[in-house]
Design a protein around this ligand. Structure first.
Ligand code: SAM
Length: 365
């Protein structure tokens, strides 16, 4: 079946995530894509998709009537077509209410503050979750019904309620951790995901929640203690932690995938001067070069390695990347290419942030 994905803030990264997991990904422009899946996709496992929907044939009126819901429906319309507006979406939703009324059914219509309902509105009204609660999604002449929306509360809890936090290193957003793990491609249940810069354990936490085994190492004994506390708090899944320098540590097998956000260098609130930029890059580059070399000697052929490495916003509006990609071939890796996403697009950033993350997806040759 073909599903619709409403992509998150950085749609090209979301597309790469979908392409890693599903066949037939088609980019429709903006924040829209469709893909093929034989099983119903789970929104909670995708970091880069904010809503999922499935097509409805015969239009939204027929769909709603066929549900034959005996209590009051709760419905809302999101229009992702060109030229859509809050007013038009609201009018479509009210029309659906009138049609239902003709059939003796009642409905409450959600307010459209914009042409599309926000993820918060969809989530709080449990559209697609409960019988009778529907988000009807229009794209030109095609209609879809929402089947899942990102659980904003669960992400916030996973991010903010962990007992051991390390302000100095910053926190990897759980959504980005999910994206890094998914970019490894489909992994069998119980597969071991190694994070050689595990920090407080966000990647490991997300890997465990996705049914994988988490294996984390970090150079700081104190931080490994934090990861242990956090994973015990999570209270599920299997994990292993060790203290070790990623540049020369000998990991225990099996390692089915490697996913990590590395050391990002000193925090910065202003783009650094050229000379400072040079010294930061000169400091950090060898860390990743040696880590990739060390990993390469221990990974089986075909093992995915997905990294988020620092890239710095420069006064000329570009990002200074580490350019580690120039070396990966010699170090024994292939770079994974995507249909809809170029390496340029694989930059995870927020406006105003100096230190962004460049995502690099490799596979051991
Ligand atoms: C940006 S943090 C990773 C954050 C982590 N993903 C999290 O969510 O908490 C970088 C981590 O790299 C660790 N680190 C720095 N140099 C290292 C090395 N040579 N080997 C292993 N870990 C290292 C630091 O101790 C720190 O915990």
């Amino acid at each position: 079946m073909r599903y619709l994905a409403i992509l998150g803030r950085l749609p090209k990264i979301s597309l790469a995530e979908l392409e890693s997991l599903y066949k037939g990904v088609r980019y429709l422009g903006g924040n829209l894509a469709t893909f093929e899946s034989s099983a119903k996709p789970e929104i909670d496992r995708l970091g880069g998709t904010v809503k999922l929907a499935e097509p409805i044939k015969g239009g939204p009126e027929k769909f709603l009537i066929e549900q034959n819901y005996t209590s009051k429906y709760i419905i809302g319309v999101s229009d992702y077509s060109k030229g859509a507006s809050a007013r038009k979406s609201q009018a479509l939703a009210l029309k659906l209410k009138r049609v239902l009324k003709k059939y003796g059914m009642s409905a409450r219509v959600l307010d459209n503050k914009s042409a599309e309902l926000s993820t918060a509105t969809v989530y709080h009204n449990q559209l697609g979750e409960k019988p009778g609660h529907y988000e009807l999604i229009k794209i030109n002449n095609d209609w879809y019904v929402g089947i899942g929306v990102q659980n904003i509360n669960a992400y916030r809890d996973r991010d903010q309620n962990r007992p051991a936090r390390d302000a100095k290193n910053g926190m990897l957003p759980p959504k980005l951790a999910q994206i890094l793990i998914n970019l490894c491609g489909p992994l069998k249940s119980g597969a071991t995901v190694l994070d050689p810069f595990c920090g407080t354990g966000v990647v490991l936490q997300e890997a465990i929640l996705m049914g994988r085994r988490g294996y984390g190492t970090d150079a700081s004994e104190r931080i490994v203690g934090f990861a242990k506390k956090n994973l015990e708090w999570l209270g599920k899944g299997e994990f292993k932690l060790d203290v070790g320098d990623a540049q020369d540590f000998k990991w225990e097998q099996p390692i089915d995938a490697v996913a990590f956000e590395g050391y990002l260098g000193p925090p910065m609130s202003q783009p650094p001067a050229d000379i400072k930029m040079k010294s930061v890059v000169a400091d950090i580059y060898p860390l990743y070069y040696h880590t990739l070399r060390n990993l390469s000697s221990q990974l089986e052929s075909g093992t995915p390695v997905v990294m988020a490495l620092p890239a710095w916003f420069r006064p000329d509006g570009h990002y200074r990347r580490l350019n580690i990609l120039d070396e990966v071939d010699k170090l024994g890796y292939n770079v994974i290419k995507y249909t809809n996403t170029s390496q340029e697009d694989l930059l995870y950033f927020r406006d105003g942030q100096v230190v962004a993350r460049e995502i690099i997806v490799l596979r051991k040759k």
